[in-house]
Design a protein around this ligand. Structure first.
Ligand code: CMC
Length: 457
């Protein structure tokens, strides 16, 4: 095979085997995978992660063999090595920087988790104070931005507004566009983004209502400040309910990172062209908006409402979800990587019961959700495909109980995911990763000559 990337026309045989035994050892780098193409063997290194995950490093595959791999939806493709989040979908495990999600959700604050994701370790008191201070300092958005908000249609979806406004931040801070600026300036951009996104999100909501914007109050904590900007009015006093802020803190932590998901991969790939952080995150927000990703939390509540308004015949909707001729899917069910249970969903289901009880809320869609889960989990269609409730199945019921309107649900997801997006972007930049540029197998017309318009049939 030549080293200039000319693909062979025929492949006689393709097999793959690992040479050494498959257990995780510190000498894992000595493992090799052999690929046999057209009767010729090629060896590729086997990489083992710190939790024992295995990968065949095919970085040199095309140079050595002329072949590429093809993997729709990147179901088997690792795009990077990352030290941020570990996820085992078969066992239902999720760790941020080694810390189990269950412990962080119960004990940490959202900004503590943001610090952990960004810098690799939990902050000490001084580091956390400093970090929180930096975020507080940047919470205002430029007054000129108000004019942008005024020109969105009154029913504009807040995710569209958020994505546009986050991208617009880059125009207010043009130095953020220099990919080689000093670390201190990079950090300032990061603080700005974490500080301003709740402000922008809250303004988009107020704009939707036609209510005056509330400025951030910096004596409040991050979550409390967001609630203040969302729900306070200039005409009356607003006190943050600790049940509400604690529930929101938990939800934000549960969403804070999820390794190489669709929106995070988007942020990394946009950032890999050395475009600025605001634009990369704006693209991530757009990716998150889709109903198969973060947009599912809005879809779930709308689905539960539809089932309720339709008379509550749950079996009918389960059957619709199973029917391949019906486009309906059970939103909040299934996950690309979790094939046992989604640990975040477990925490949220319990939190949902607790929050509704503490707030004295009786939401009839919670009963529908529970019945739906019970019926689906006994149904062979869902069991055989390993489809379980995901993070979005119960989160909307909590958001609703704490007063967040349905169209803002995915914005809440975006606020939570922000530190993860930034940490992943930072890791990609710090590791000097190359521009992301997948290849393809071309299936279109082969070379043909241009035909003049008059000669075309
Ligand atoms: N309802 C009915 N059938 C489903 C569902 C569902 N929610 N999810 C998957 N399936 C079926 C699918 O039709 C396919 O069946 P078959 O093998 O007969 O063709 C099989 O299960 C495998 O599904 P897939 O779509 O090939 O799996 P995927 O890994 O490409 O998609 C998913 C994962 C999350 C997009 C998908 O499960 C889904 O659309 N779920 C509903 C949307 C949702 O809740 N998304 C939120 C995900 S969690 C938040 C986040 O991090 O984004």
């Amino acid at each position: 095979m030549n080293g200039h990337g000319t693909a062979p026309r025929t492949a006689l045989r393709v097999t793959l085997r690992t040479l050494s035994d498959d257990t995780f050892t510190s000498t894992a780098m000595s493992e090799k995978a052999t690929i046999i193409l057209d009767g010729k063997s090629y060896e590729f290194p086997v990489i083992t992660g710190s939790e024992g995950e295995k990968a065949i490093d095919i970085s040199k595959l095309r140079d050595d063999t002329g072949y590429i791999t093809l993997d729709f939806g990147y179901k088997n493709t690792g795009a990077t090595k990352s030290a941020i989040t570990f996820l085992d979908g078969e066992e239902g495990i999720l760790h941020y920087r080694g810390y189990p999600i269950e412990q962080l959700a119960e004990k940490a604050s959202f900004l503590e988790v943001a610090y952990l994701l960004l810098f690799g370790d939990l902050p000490n008191k001084k580091q956390l104070d400093e970090f929180e201070g930096n975020i507080r300092y940047h919470s205002l958005v430029h007054e000129d931005m108000k004019r942008f908000f005024e020109h969105f249609p009154s029913n504009a979806h807040p995710m569209g507004i958020l994505s546009a406004m986050v991208n617009s931040l880059s125009t207010f801070y043009p130095k953020s566009q220099d990919p080689h600026r000093p670390q201190a300036l990079v950090l300032r951009t990061i603080y700005r983004l974490i500080a301003k996104m709740p402000t922008l999100a809250a303004i988009s909501y107020k704009n939707n209502l036609g209510h005056p914007y509330m400025y951030p109050v910096n004596k409040l904590g991050y979550v409390e400040n967001f609630l203040h900007m969302m729900f306070a009015l200039p005409t009356e006093e607003y006190k943050v309910d600790p049940v509400v802020s604690s529930a929101l803190n938990t939800l934000l932590i549960l969403h804070a990172d999820h390794e190489q998901n669709c929106s995070t991969s988007t942020v990394r790939i946009v950032g890999s062209s050395q475009s600025n952080l605001y634009s990369a995150v704006s693209a991530g927000i757009a990716a998150l908006w889709g109903p198969l990703h973060g947009g599912a939390n809005q879809e779930v509540i709308e689905m539960l409402e539809t089932i309720r308004n339709d008379g509550g015949d749950i079996q009918k909707w389960v059957d619709k979800a199973k029917d391949k001729n019906d486009p309906f899917r059970l939103f909040g069910f299934g996950h690309r990587v979790y094939k046992n249970f989604d640990p975040r969903a477990r925490i949220i289901k319990k939190a949902c019961d607790d929050v509704l009880k503490k707030m004295g809320v009786n939401d009839p869609v919670l009963d529908i959700a529970k019945q739906l889960e019970e019926i689906a989990l006994k149904d062979d269609y869902f069991v055989s495909r390993k489809l379980y409730p995901n993070v979005d199945f119960y989160s909307g019921i909590i958001y609703r109980a704490i007063g967040i309107p349905t169209r803002m649900f995915t914005v809440m997801f975006a606020l939570g995911r922000l530190p993860g997006w930034i940490a992943q972007w930072k890791e990609m930049v710090d590791n000097k990763e190359p521009i992301g540029r997948p290849r393809q197998i071309y299936t279109g017309a082969t070379k043909r000559d241009y035909v003049a318009l008059k000669d075309r049939s």
